[in-house]
Write a protein that binds this ligand. Structure first.
Ligand SMILES: Cc1cc2nc3c(=O)[nH]c(=O)nc-3n(C[C@H](O)[C@H](O)[C@H](O)COP(=O)(O)OP(=O)(O)OC[C@H]3O[C@@H](n4cnc5c(N)ncnc54)[C@H](O)[C@@H]3O)c2cc1C
Ligand code: SF4
Length: 473
């Protein structure tokens, strides 16, 4: 155990964020870093509870009490080794995981959980800074080849583990750079792209071959890949954005969140000039439809592009500040989340349904919304419009952040004729094999859109299954 009474002596201390006025002038990471001494004191708050609910809450089964204890003792290298034994990329999750572990932490009963996520990223960054993370290619190769299609966190985790098991892995990516939504989706102010490059460089040094700009099912056929490799792992994500089909959808000025966010990621990395950034929020009244994380990322990006105003609307009711009785600890707390982007100047409105877009000619000028109420009936919440509440929100840029429907079906999935589940995600067996022999699938393309930590967990699982398959085939 770290310090048996640490939590009684030390209060939770977050690293905090850069000042709003400073951070909205650039796209660099918002979160700050605590000094090592304070970080070790934060680790001392971990009680190593008999039943570590935090561990139960973590999708990659991170051994949280163990590395908190090592961190408290200043044994950073051992802490990293323990962390890396369950999580390929703690430097990603330590930055952007919503930390279900902290919701489940026993100290969260008193609303002051251990700073688990921050401790995780501190251990990972110290390990890189001190040179504990070095290329460790496998000592023996098995002679088996694996194609991983899609280089998001799930494909990266699968490729990393399969390579470490001695198989020869080629990671294919249709975009110009690897990383999936970590690279083209999640804004730089949450996750610096140099952090992804650092990890990809390490994987390449360990023997993973990365081929970018190669869409499988397009530039190279799925059939060719199946013929050329001993096993195939599909990790193409859930790339089909959910549209909003209301009157006026054809007006100019309405865009999917992903197109907007990706363009800014490209500008930041120098692959697109700011003048070419066709979707710009500068000087515009921005309306973000969708109250989730993607919507919040659109808010922060619009503010950095100097939008005139930013409004975010959500169809669901405003969540409570504290857990309700039917949502007890240690489950994920369905409570109001205020992101750093929201703090930067955004008006948020809830229980609003979008009826139609308002245009001047073919130019968007606003959106007509109507309040809705949510009533529980037969165990299900039913949405009802509230009569007489329709109003117009002015907007000349509308960003749609309503989530994703399923993976893109055109191309690879259609070509291979893969069986789908009832939500149009790739159907897999318990061993993560698709309807085609030797073709496996992982991540959001199987589960639907979720979280980076779930994608890593899925990539780790599929790697084990493929390894097992290759050993007996
Ligand atoms: C804007 C945004 C913000 C988010 N923020 C967070 C966050 O803060 N925290 C969090 O935990 N999660 C967040 N998420 C969710 C998280 O990013 C995803 O759940 C995760 O990236 C899914 O990983 P994946 O590997 O399954 O797929 P993806 O990351 O989607 O990667 C799939 C990759 O496959 C490639 N590909 C697709 N088809 C082909 C093909 N035919 N050939 C070759 N390559 C192909 C794609 O180009 C892509 O690079 C966010 C998502 C979005 C959209
Ligand atoms: S990966 Fe997420 S859930 Fe797991 S320990 Fe890290 S922050 Fe917590």
């Amino acid at each position: 155990m770290a310090d048996a009474s640490g939590f009684l002596k030390i209060k939770r201390k977050d690293a905090g964020n850069r000042l709003v006025n400073e951070r909205i002038r650039d796209h660099s990471e918002v979160e700050q870093v605590l000094n090592s001494e304070d970080r070790m004191l934060q680790a001392s708050r971990c009680m190593d509870c008999g039943i570590p609910f935090c561990h139960w809450g973590c999708p990659v089964d991170n051994l949280i009490p163990e590395w908190n204890d090592l961190l408290y003792r200043g044994e950073w290298k051992e802490a990293y080794q323990r962390l890396a034994s369950t999580n390929n990329f703690p430097e990603f999750t330590g930055r952007i995981c919503p930390a279900p572990c902290e919701h489940a932490c026993v100290l969260n009963i008193g609303l002051e959980p251990v700073t688990i996520r921050e401790n995780e990223v501190a251990i990972a960054e110290k390990a890189f800074a001190e040179g504990y993370v070095k290329p460790a290619p496998p000592t023996k190769r098995t002679g088996k080849t694996v194609a991983v299609i899609g280089s998001g966190p799930s494909g990266m985790a699968a490729a990393d583990l399969l390579n470490k098991s001695g198989h020869s892995v080629t990671l294919f990516e249709k975009d110009d750079k690897a990383g999936g939504l970590l690279r083209y989706g999640i804004p730089d102010f949450k996750l610096s792209k140099s952090v992804i490059d650092r990890r990809l460089d390490l994987m390449v040094a360990e023997g993973v071959i990365i081929k970018t700009g190669v869409g499988i099912g397009k530039e190279v056929s799925g059939k060719e890949i199946m013929e050329s490799f001993d096993a195939v792992c599909i990790a193409i994500g859930a790339g089909k954005p959910r549209p909003l089909k209301v009157e006026g959808s054809e007006f100019n000025g309405i865009h999917f969140a992903m197109d907007f966010l990706k363009a800014q990621n490209k500008v930041n990395s120098g692959l697109l000039s700011a003048n070419e950034n066709l979707i710009s929020a500068e000087g515009k009244k921005v309306l973000v439809i969708g109250g989730g994380d993607t919507g919040s990322d659109c808010v922060g990006t619009s503010i950095r592009q100097r939008a005139l105003s930013v409004t975010q609307i959500e169809i669901l009711p405003k969540p409570p500040v504290l857990r309700k009785e039917d949502n007890p600890w240690p489950y994920w707390g369905k409570i109001l989340k205020t992101s750093t982007s929201h703090e930067e100047g955004c008006e948020r409105q809830w229980s609003l349904s979008t009826r139609r877009y308002i245009g001047d000619g073919n130019i968007t000028k606003g959106v007509e919304v109507e309040e809705v109420s949510w009533e529980l009936s037969g165990g299900k919440y039913i949405m009802k419009p509230v009569p007489g509440t329709s109003r117009i929100i002015e907007a000349d840029l509308v960003l749609l952040a309503l989530g994703f429907e399923h993976p893109v079906l055109e191309g690879l999935i259609t070509e291979l004729g893969l069986e789908l589940d009832n939500r149009n995600n790739i159907k897999v067996s318990r061993g993560m094999e698709t309807s085609l022999q030797k073709v496996f699938a992982t991540g959001d393309s199987v589960s639907g859109a979720t979280l980076v930590v779930n994608a890593i967990a899925s990539g780790r699982k599929v790697a084990k299954e493929i390894d097992r398959f290759l050993k007996i085939s």
